[in-house]
Design a protein around this ligand. Structure first.
Ligand code: HEC
Ligand code: HEC
Ligand code: HEC
Ligand code: HEC
Ligand code: HEC
Ligand code: HEC
Ligand code: HEC
Length: 261
């Protein structure tokens, strides 16, 4: 049994006994029942659900607790979550409350991403699935070939590293696919920045190993504008470092900040 519920039951039984034996008066019961109500009804709902405050059954079902089916009933037609790449997993996820905690006050943020939970759900359904349709549907979340051994770096857990990051984040890829689809190899799940990362020296000559030039660099624009602006009429596109620095792509070498118009 849920611990809070257990405590509530013990308190109620205690109250009934104390009241029946005349150990407490009606006025003390009122204070105690007020406290009890507050412990059962922990904190106010988020602003988005505030109008459901008087309707606990909208989300709770006796015995079941927080009822996923009820969340879905109201939210199944939320096109914007289903259409955005990173949140399209909502179409098949069978649980809600872990990432959408409630009763944390009116101003609390209702959504918090939990990648470990995704990994657990994916692993569980993989373990249950024979090689049928279910494996297919979870393969968008979990990499087909489960990694073994160590996580790729210590900012990510082995379990999280089984996720197929690109299936949800390829639109966030800043590397024009030059670094492949295995984002977990370098990234953690709590932020994209990598604290220990140091960019190669501005004097390195192989910028194009990690950077792709914009399409305009492969058109007339390159000779007519880019090379002219940079004062390097003979530089080839691959020689990024002839014209660029590592501060910003618009901070042109020996020219300064180039503004588009
Ligand atoms: C909009 C949906 C929603 C409504 C309406 C709602 N709750 Fe909840 N409630 C939740 C969610 C989600 C959790 C789980 C929160 C968590 O795990 O952090 C929860 C958790 C609880 C818990 C903790 C025990 C448990 O089941 O996890 C209690 C007690 C509770 N709610 C009481 C109430 C009462 C009393 C009301 C009516 C005044 C109410 N709730 C209305 C969504 C709701
Ligand atoms: C009776 C219908 C109803 C139920 C049941 C319900 N919701 Fe909602 N929910 C709403 C409405 C209405 C909004 C506000 C929508 C808006 O602002 O566009 C909302 C908003 C949300 C939001 C967005 C909050 C934000 O910050 O804008 C999330 C996430 C959410 N609900 C999750 C849940 C979860 C999880 C459950 C089950 C525990 C649940 N809802 C149960 C009606 C419901
Ligand atoms: C693994 C974590 C996770 C689970 C499980 C999950 N969600 Fe979400 N949900 C999110 C995240 C993250 C967002 C995006 C929030 C944002 O864009 O800021 C989101 C967005 C939403 C929104 C739109 C909120 C808005 O701002 O418009 C709704 C509604 C919602 N979820 C409902 C649900 C329901 C119903 C379930 C259960 C069937 C569920 N979620 C399960 C993580 C989760
Ligand atoms: C099933 C979809 C899904 C998978 C798989 C997934 N993510 Fe996410 N991730 C999300 C959602 C949803 C968010 C919330 C932000 C948003 O709505 O874009 C998010 C947020 C993030 C963020 C931003 C965190 C922040 O607070 O700024 C990072 C970083 C991230 N994910 C990395 C990863 C990595 C690395 C992997 C692979 C190990 C991965 N994700 C796998 C859905 C996914
Ligand atoms: C070979 C390693 C590597 C791989 C693989 C990789 N990245 Fe990166 N990524 C980096 C490095 C290094 C940075 C720079 C981090 C910094 O400046 O803190 C970065 C930066 C980013 C940023 C910008 C961070 C910021 O806010 O400045 C995003 C977003 C990002 N990567 C997404 C992805 C996605 C999505 C994938 C998978 C499709 C991916 N990356 C694969 C190494 C990698
Ligand atoms: C070993 C890989 C690697 C090499 C080599 C490399 N870079 Fe980078 N560079 C990155 C990564 C990773 C990032 C951060 C993610 C991103 O913006 O793509 C980055 C970011 C940048 C940025 C910032 C982009 C922005 O909008 O914030 C500039 C400018 C840049 N690099 C220029 C250069 C130049 C010029 C060279 C050659 C002198 C070079 N880089 C060589 C990996 C590399
Ligand atoms: C001959 C000089 C020259 C070379 C070589 C060159 N660029 Fe550029 N690049 C420019 C100039 C000038 C601009 C700003 C004006 C413009 O858009 O043409 C620019 C703009 C850019 C931009 C910004 C585009 C935007 O829309 O904001 C990126 C990114 C970029 N270059 C990447 C690269 C990469 C990567 C390479 C190497 C593979 C490269 N460039 C090679 C001169 C050069």
């Amino acid at each position: 049994m849920n611990r809070k519920l257990l405590i509530a039951v013990i308190v109620i039984v205690g109250l009934v006994v104390a009241y029946a034996t005349g150990a407490i008066s009606p006025s003390t019961t009122e204070t105690i029942s007020h406290t009890l109500h507050r412990s059962v009804n922990p904190d106010s709902l988020s602003a988005a659900h505030a109008n459901l405050t008087g309707n606990c059954q909208a989300c709770h079902t006796p015995v079941v607790g927080v009822d996923t089916a009820k969340c879905i009933l109201c939210h199944a037609n939320d096109e914007s979550i289903l259409q955005r790449q990173p949140t399209s997993f909502h179409a098949s996820i069978g649980t809600c409350k872990e990432c959408h905690r409630e009763h944390q006050g009116l101003a609390a943020k209702l959504s918090k991403m939990d990648h470990s939970l995704l990994a657990t759900i994916g692993m569980n359904s993989l373990a249950k699935a024979d090689f049928g349709t279910q494996r297919q549907s979870t393969s968008t979340m979990i990499r087909d070939k489960l990694r073994i051994g160590m996580p790729p770096h210590n900012r990510i857990t082995l379990e999280e590293a089984t996720l197929d990051c690109a299936s949800c984040h390829s639109n966030d890829d800043q590397h024009q696919s030059l670094f492949g689809t295995d984002c977990a190899q370098c990234h953690a799940t709590d932020r994209w920045t990598i604290p220990e990362y140091k960019h190669p020296s501005p004097s390195s000559t192989n910028c194009n190993q990690c950077h792709q030039a914009p399409p305009s660099h492969y058109m007339m624009h390159f000779k007519m504008i880019s090379a002219t602006v940079a004062g390097k009429p003979h530089a080839r596109v691959e020689q990024c470092n002839q014209c660029h620095q590592t501060t910003s792509w618009n901070d042109i070498k020996n020219v300064g900040w180039y503004k588009h118009h």
